[in-house]
Design a protein around this ligand. Sequence first.
Ligand SMILES: C[C@](O)(CO)[C@H](O)COP(=O)(O)OP(=O)(O)OC[C@H]1O[C@@H](n2ccc(N)nc2=O)[C@H](O)[C@@H]1O
Ligand SMILES: Nc1ncnc2c1ncn2[C@@H]1O[C@H](COP(=O)(O)OP(=O)(O)OP(=O)(O)O)[C@@H](O)[C@H]1O
Length: 290
Amino acid sequence: MEWLAPAKINLALHVTGQRADGYHLLDMLVVFACDGDRIIVSPADHDSFTVSGRFAAAVPTDERNLVIRARDALRAQAPGTATPVAIHLEKNLPIAAGIGGGSSDAAATMLALNAYWQLGLSFDTLLAIGLTLGADLPMCLHGAARGTPVLARGIGEDLSHVDALPALSMLLVNDGTPLATPDVFRTLNKRDNPALEPPRLDSTDALFRYLANTRNDLLPAALTIAPHIADVLALLRDIGADHAQMSGSGATCFALFRDPQAARQAAEKLAAQKPDWFIAATMTIASDKR
Ligand SMILES: C[C@](O)(CO)[C@H](O)COP(=O)(O)OP(=O)(O)OC[C@H]1O[C@@H](n2ccc(N)nc2=O)[C@H](O)[C@@H]1O
Ligand SMILES: Nc1ncnc2c1ncn2[C@@H]1O[C@H](COP(=O)(O)OP(=O)(O)OP(=O)(O)O)[C@@H](O)[C@H]1O
């Protein structure tokens, strides 16, 4: 049984407040790529967890890995029926990169094991269990299950559908610097920014006009820790991106292109300039109602 754990991209991320427990209130427009990590679940006589792929060496393989934590959280729902299982993670996405890697892996694991163990847990139950593993889990469960764009509010748990968002040609670019999410939130010095206007998208032009008026409020904090992110964004604009921004807590930046051919050419040009970077040309998944 194989599941895609798609890259999650925060097209916009507005920080609007902070809860008493320290978690931040966010308004996010989130899309999912057609590409990402992969989770493969197979029968076994004892539990195992193996990792392959470009970024395999950088992930823990013990209970610090969100895949193991997701497996154990699901097994706790039905200890009698949850037989031993071999889980393989193909780690294609960079680590601590703002594109949901670990959260998306955990989400795909939960969906795979709910099916494999025939637990029959409702999606709402999976969302509630997921939130105990991380604020990004609910949106990543949606991403691994359906992949359509969402607006996420609260700390990330309040999800609503976004109509009429087309599939987008996107370049994901990461220069290899890991950025720890808690460090970025800790470095924020403004937590009461204006909310995100709900998108009203009736054309590609309307989408780009809308995005030009959105922000990633984590960017100033991320730049304090990793100033070179500004250079990555400048490079993406230089190679012809119609919109460029940082995703999540960084440091991955994304570039949107109206023309898929332009995105592919930009990827080739950038890969020649920066052979060590993670550079992926992908498409995002469109809203259902188009
Ligand atoms: C930045 C985003 O990736 C945007 O999608 C997410 O908000 C982060 O989600 P995540 O990685 O699943 O975050 P968690 O593992 O739940 O939290 C990591 C740390 O980030 C901070 N955190 C996270 C989410 C949130 N809404 N407010 C926060 O302040 C907290 O310090 C927390 O200790
Ligand atoms: N399956 C996993 N893949 C990647 N990192 C993992 C995984 N499980 C646990 N981790 C740990 O989680 C930390 C954050 O990595 P991750 O790639 O999930 O961050 P991120 O891309 O910033 O996520 P987000 O966009 O949800 O904030 C790393 O320190 C890493 O060691």
